[in-house]
Design a binder for this molecule. Structure first.
Ligand code: NAD
Length: 488
């Protein structure tokens, strides 16, 4: 598999080195070896990118030419398809993602629709709404309309865990709605983004400046985007802590922020569920090292069946194969960085200190001396007030919490600062739906169903975020509303 990545930034239609000439290393989390380098953008590069996006929005026909936008999105889709296998091996190399998962949510699922669905929606989106006539001041009838328009320059800031998926699910709606943008990828996973930049420059008619991509080893280069008066909106996916900081930074220029943040979602097994068929599957939180914001990391089971449930969960954990992410039989690779590994091990330790029992895993695997691995870990006897139940761990760690009855389950489910996703299983779909209506969360899987799709709004309640990505709601996120009237 090839692992030689694009190192240049995309600014104003050109693939360029950082103005300073500096580069930084891209590290393979499985081997801990340097894969290669990427241009290390600074505030100066970010300012050049913002200026280009501003000029492209203000002086080109991008915002007003839907045919051009549709053609460009479909060209980008075709270009990505052409380098699908290179993207796949790059994701495995720089993210440490198991290759198996690239055939689903990490690559193939978003490639199939993240750009094409918004491109097709350009034709059918409700760009205007007829409000009819009215004479509000008694001086004559007025015809009124509501128009939906691009919002302007969007600063797109993304994390490392599902980089292509998140980038495409942002670029699709942002560009379809007529905006220009500056993308700031995470420094841990730069190459998939810079590859997308090269494909935009070389294989699409996307006008110069419409998409700019600035990678940097310095997180604070992102702050140039959030504070710039030339940027109209921020679309961010990442941690809740950074989301708070971004919201505060954006307040000076009063720009809207769209935030996709962390989660601590439930996997609620109701008392009438088929336990043997359901509970072993809860170990799927370990896939991709648990580095998914929507993973249902709080397994909730009736107290009366707790011991039996622990045994079933342990059986599921025994089946989580992990190690080399290029091996298609592995469900879990390493964590993305040493820092993440230390953070996850710290959480496991805090669980022990607060009285949780480590039923399996709990440390670094003895048989893997390279790579930032953590063993698949099941923490039992967990109370929902413990840190491991309240905070997002972002590692292969499942906590098991007992509940007394349905009301207690709903109480525990909602006793969280987060509300991103979750799963509910019952022998009776109506029972699952009744509980689902009471859980404060943005998405839910009922009886194993999958809510995911470019047409399906995704986002959080409470501190899991503001706004929705994908679906009609996700398109509307990137529009402004203009109301006009003229004599009838
Ligand atoms: P992070 O918040 O540390 O970083 C995300 C991005 O923000 C990176 O590009 C980073 O460079 C940038 N950034 C950091 N500080 C910044 C600042 N002050 N101003 C502007 N930009 C800044 O998150 P991460 O560690 O890369 O990703 C993991 C987190 O992302 C987890 O909490 C996870 O739950 C969350 N996540 C959420 C979703 C979702 O859709 N809700 C999806 C994936 C990941």
């Amino acid at each position: 598999m090839t692992t030689v990545g694009e190192h240049r930034l995309l600014i104003d239609g050109k693939l360029v080195d950082a103005a300073s000439g500096a580069t930084f290393d891209n590290i393979n989390p499985t081997t801990e070896e340097v894969l290669g380098v990427t241009a290390d953008g600074t505030a100066a590069d970010m300012e050049a990118a913002i200026a280009a996006a501003r000029r492209a929005f203000d002086t080109t026909t991008w915002a007003t030419d839907p045919e051009l936008r549709k053609r460009c999105l479909l060209q980008l889709q075709a270009a990505l398809e052409g380098e699908r296998e290179e993207l796949r091996s790059e994701l495995v190399a720089e993210v440490g993602c198991p290759v198996l998962i690239t055939y689903g949510p990490q690559l193939d699922a978003p490639l199939s629709e993240a750009l094409t669905w918004p491109a097709e929606m350009i034709d059918t989106f409700a760009w205007s709404r007829d409000l009819g006539t009215k004479d509000p001041f008694g001086i004559g009838e007025t015809q009124r309309e509501v128009w939906k328009e691009a919002i302007g320059v969007v600063g797109v800031i993304v994390p490392w865990n599902f980089p292509v998926e998140i980038i495409l699910n942002k670029l699709g709606p942002v560009l379809a709605m007529g905006n220009t943008c500056v993308l700031k990828p995470a420094p841990d996973t730069p190459w998939n983004a810079t590859r997308i930049g090269r494909l935009i420059a070389e294989q699409t008619d996307i006008p110069p400046g419409v998409v700019n991509i600035v990678v940097s080893s310095d997180h604070l280069v992102g702050e140039v985007l959030t504070t710039s008066p030339l940027v109209d909106m921020i679309a961010f996916t990442g941690s809740t802590a950074t989301g708070r900081r971004i919201m505060a930074a954006a307040s000076d220029t009063l720009k809207p922020v769209f935030l996709e943040l962390g989660g601590k979602s439930i996997n609620l097994v109701l008392d009438d569920a088929d336990f043997a068929a359901t509970i072993p599957g809860a170990s799927s939180v370990c896939f991709h090292g648990g580095q998914g914001c929507a993973m249902p990391t709080r397994l909730m089971v009736p107290r009366s069946r707790y011991d039996e449930s622990v045994e079933l969960a342990l059986a599921g954990f025994a089946g989580v194969s992990y190690g080399d992410p290029t091996d298609a039989s592995n469900l879990m690779g390493p964590l993305v960085s040493q820092k993440q590994r230390e953070r996850v091990l710290g959480y496991i330790e805090s669980g022990r200190e607060q009285g949780a029992r480590v039923a399996c895993g709990g440390g670094r695997p003895a048989h893997l001396d390279k790579g930032w691995f953590v063993e698949p870990t099941l923490l039992v006897d967990v109370d929902n007030s413990m840190k491991v139940a309240q905070e997002e761990i972002f590692g292969p760690v499942l906590v098991m919490i007992p509940y007394e009855d349905d009301d207690d389950a709903v109480r525990i489910a909602n006793d969280s600062p987060y509300g991103l996703s979750g799963a509910i299983t019952s022998g009776d779909l109506d029972h699952a739906k009744a509980i689902a209506r009471r859980v404060r969360t943005g998405t839910l899987s009922l009886n194993g169903g999958i809510w995911y799709g470019a047409d399906a709004p995704f986002g959080g309640y409470k501190q899991s975020g503001i706004g929705r990505q994908c679906g009609i709601e996700g398109l509307e996120m990137f529009t402004q509303t203009k109301t006009v009237g003229w004599p009838a």
